[in-house]
Design a protein around this ligand. Structure first.
Ligand code: AMP
Ligand code: MG
Length: 319
């Protein structure tokens, strides 16, 4: 079926209460109408996602913002002007029209406009905001191709649109405007440095505060099948396991590795953090597919997209 036809078919499914998977620039999303509570409930069921973990609403026009959010502070508007469409989600006080199941009963709603033509056409044709978390089982590695979605959820979704690999490949940065000070709930595809250059200092909640702001930010997430261990350098590569997979930012000289390192994945030839973020989830999946006993992951510089990569590695290590 031609792409335009697929989009039309999906839009119709969505209007009828269906659940479809579609590409965005971050990862593949599992979407339903934001206003159909039964359809939203099906997203939670398909993903086996706890109901306390709220969903991001995806919109196609900035005009929809004021229909969903009660109050949009000037600093939020500045970020939206700069980064939408793109990998930035803002959490704003919600209007009553947003069902509680979407926000897990929280007073705020998370909103984003994706930078992907298929996603925008789909939302526009459906004619309503789409509630759309990543199209994977809760807690596992996020999908960056349609095949990743089909492997895990193919049997349970109404349709999958294949838009090729995701251009950014890591989830959106989430900034909350629910208290006086903007707070970073999740590092992601929009660099914190760029955000702060526009609105000034953003608060970075500690782990305890984060759970209050954002209950879904549970520590364990993005789990590979093999346990993932964060190491500081190659001297910390575990020696007890017989098959180690090594994950590093750049290619390394393998002559220094212990013999139990059976496979290596590097994220970018020249250490480009944007490229590295884009390759991260697929590299984690390939290491799993190789059947390693353990994945040893080296850190990346904690700046720009590196913050999002380190966050995902940290949470993958918490399984
Ligand atoms: P995901 O759907 O996996 O990309 O995750 C969405 C994340 O965005 C959640 O786990 C929260 O961290 C955050 N989020 C979404 N909606 C809200 C909300 N209403 N209030 C606070 N945080 C939210
Ligand atoms: Mg997710």
């Amino acid at each position: 079926m031609e792409l335009t036809e697929q989009i039309q078919k999906c839009a119709k499914l969505l209007r009828g209460g269906g659940v479809v998977a579609f590409p965005t620039e971050t990862v593949y999303g599992l979407g339903s109408s934001a206003f159909n509570e039964q359809a939203v409930a099906r997203i939670f069921e398909i993903k086996r996602r706890p109901y306390f973990d709220p969903l991001i609403l995806h919109i196609a026009h900035s005009g929809w913002l004021d229909e969903l959010a009660l109050d949009v502070p000037v600093s939020a508007r500045k970020l939206i002007r700069e980064f939408w469409p793109g990998p930035l989600t803002v959490v704003l006080p919600k209007k009553p029209v947003v069902p509680d199941i979407v926000t897990s009963g929280l007073p705020g709603v998370a909103l984003r406009m994706p930078l992907n033509e298929i996603a925008i056409k789909l939302i526009d044709s459906a004619g309503m905001p789409l509630a759309a978390p990543s199209a994977n089982l809760f807690g596992s590695v996020s999908p960056t191709t349609a095949d990743h979605v089909a492997d895990q959820l193919g049997a349970s979704v109404d349709m999958i649109i294949d838009g090729g690999p995701c251009a950014v490949g890591i989830e959106s940065t989430v900034v909350s405007f629910m208290t006086g000070t903007p707070a970073l709930l999740r590092p992601g595809g929009t660099e914190l440095e760029k955000i702060e250059s526009i609105i000034g200092k953003v608060m970075i909640p500690n782990r305890a505060e984060l759970v209050n702001h954002s209950p879904g930010r549970s520590e364990q997430h993005y789990a590979t099948a093999a346990p993932l261990l964060q190491i500081n350098d190659i001297n910390e590569i575990p020696t007890a396991e017989s098959k180690v997979g090594l994950l590093s930012l750049v290619p390394l000289d393998s002559s220094g590795f212990p013999p139990n390192v059976k496979v290596t994945e590097y994220l970018s030839e020249d250490g480009n953090l944007r490229e590295a973020a884009c390759n991260l989830f697929a590299a984690m999946r390939r290491l799993d597919a190789f059947g390693v006993d353990i994945i040893a992951a080296l850190p990346v510089p904690n700046m720009g997209l590196g913050m999002a990569i380190n966050d995902r590695l940290y949470r993958a290590s918490k399984k």
